[in-house]
Design a binder for this molecule. Structure first.
Ligand SMILES: Cc1ncc(COP(=O)(O)O)c(C=O)c1O
Length: 454
């Protein structure tokens, strides 16, 4: 195993001790091992983390990370916003601010959300340190140890890590090309309720899902909402990719259908730049108050400098045009990936994303996506194994491929290399039999999300 577990008792044999004591004595690497809180049991480094460090070398085509292509942002535009933040608005930009975020910036956020059919009041918006922190704050105010979070299977690795860190159990609900399957949701809820398990919320990524790439239909959005209403289950709608559509506009947000039972999360990471670390939550009033208090206790106030830079950018630039630029760029990359897969690996099942960053690729029977990764990195291509996206360590039969960062040419090369690895793996299986691979270590399957920073 390449990674370690905080409470797993990582030990190393002392070179002289066995001779001195006559026993196989171990030295603990971490002298504070017995002092950590129980919840740190959920904080484990990914077993593939070390491989990802290798995969970030320039000769490797990384189809693993979810890094937006920020070079597409015009430099002058950023310089203008930075100049204002360091001159005329300097006093405000360099100072602490409100725990809820700058009021005018929250108005601008409402304008962005209106593009997704959401009509909201700035009072109900809280600015956060990326939507990642928004997931954390919502988890902090709702999750007790042993609670259940429902999530699509697969689901975003970064959120799975958060739910786990609050000692909640993520129960996956299957999805298909139209998103979460309502009947499966009904059955899962019935099973959990019969077992007396408290379900706190449904975490869903309805648009251009990470990692599955699919979008929930409007019919299903209504149905899912109706099911959750009936069972008094909150919906946590995480929508960082919604404006990055390619061929047709996705259905309006679930939050557009209901203001009381849905907490909505948005982000500037994909439509502007993740380096600012700015996301936002729109929540029903009482929940919003608790989120503000939790935010203040976590960070005092979200970055005022970043809020002012983005606010100035929104006020003085054609940000809708910039989103169009991103959409065109990512559409070309999506096309490059789908075409290369059609050509190189035509028999493997894959999703056809109409937006966002990801394709979810099924592997032939008997393959293990995590075991295959070292071979892929050796061939100078990286992907994220499907196991990262399931709390229970399943997903060996899939991989996530990102098309957001590499150029279309690099994508072509990357898929060619991947095809070589898959064909070679297939030859080995054909020659030596399709015996099942060793089971995945479920204890360490969910990790913090280094893959998305590649
Ligand atoms: C579904 C989803 N939610 C949340 C995040 C975190 O984004 P942010 O940069 O806003 O924290 C990501 C990042 O990749 C994501 O894909």
């Amino acid at each position: 195993m390449l990674g370690g577990n905080l409470t797993g008792g990582t030990t190393v044999s002392a070179s002289q001790s066995p001779a001195q004591t006559g026993t196989q004595q171990s030295i603990r690497l971490d002298p504070w091992l017995d002092r950590y809180a129980d919840r740190t049991a959920g904080l484990s480094a990914s077993e593939v983390r070390a491989l990802f460090a290798v995969a970030s070398r320039p000769e490797v085509v990384s189809l693993a990370g979810g890094m937006p292509f920020v070079s597409a942002l015009p430099q002058e535009m950023l310089q203008d916003a930075a100049r204002i933040a360091t001159t005329t608005r300097r006093g405000e930009a360099l100072q602490y601010g409100s725990g809820q975020g700058i009021p005018y910036f929250r108005e601008q956020i409402c304008e962005i959300m209106s593009l997704e059919g959401i009509h909201a009041h700035p009072d109900d918006v809280v600015v956060t340190t990326g939507s990642q922190q928004a997931v954390d704050l919502v988890s902090q105010i709702f999750l007790n140890p042993g609670d259940v979070v429902l999530a699509e299977g697969p689901s975003y690795v970064g959120s799975l890590g958060i739910f786990r860190s609050y000692q909640a159990e993520t129960v996956h609900v299957p999805m298909d090309d139209d998103g979460l399957i309502p009947q499966a949701l009904r059955e899962t809820i019935a099973r959990l309720e019969a077992a007396g398990r408290p379900i706190k919320f449904l975490y869903t990524i309805p648009d251009f899902h990470n990692p599955a790439g699919v979008t929930m239909t409007m019919e299903r959005r209504r149905e899912v909402l109706d099911i959750c209403h009936r069972h008094h289950i909150l919906v946590l709608e995480d929508n960082p990719y919604g404006l990055l559509w390619f061929d047709r506009v996705p259905p309006e947000a679930i939050r557009s259908l209901d203001s009381e039972g849905v907490i909505y999360l948005g982000s500037f990471s994909k439509i502007f730049a993740p380096g600012f670390r700015i996301g936002y939550v729109l929540a029903p009033h009482a929940i919003r108050e608790k989120i503000v208090l939790a935010n203040e206790s976590a960070v005092l106030s979200p970055t005022t400098f970043g809020q002012i830079m983005i606010s100035e950018y929104l006020d003085h630039n054609d940000w809708r045009g910039q989103i169009d630029t991103f959409r065109g760029l990512y559409r070309d990359r999506r096309d490059a990936m789908i075409n290369a897969l059609d050509e190189q690996l035509p028999t493997l099942p894959k999703t056809h994303p109409n937006g966002g960053f990801y394709v979810w690729l099924g592997l032939p029977e008997g393959f293990d996506s995590k075991e295959m990764l070292p071979l892929a990195v050796h061939e100078l291509v990286a992907y994220t194994p499907g196991t990262a996206f399931y709390a229970d360590g399943t997903g060996q039969d899939h991989i996530r491929l990102s098309f957001c960062y590499p150029t279309p040419e690099e994508i072509g090369v990357g898929i060619q290399r991947l095809a070589k690895v898959i064909h070679r793996e297939q030859d080995l299986l054909d020659t030596f039999g399709t015996s099942p691979r060793p089971a995945v270590d479920t204890q360490h399957a969910v990790s913090t999300p280094p893959p998305d920073t590649l």
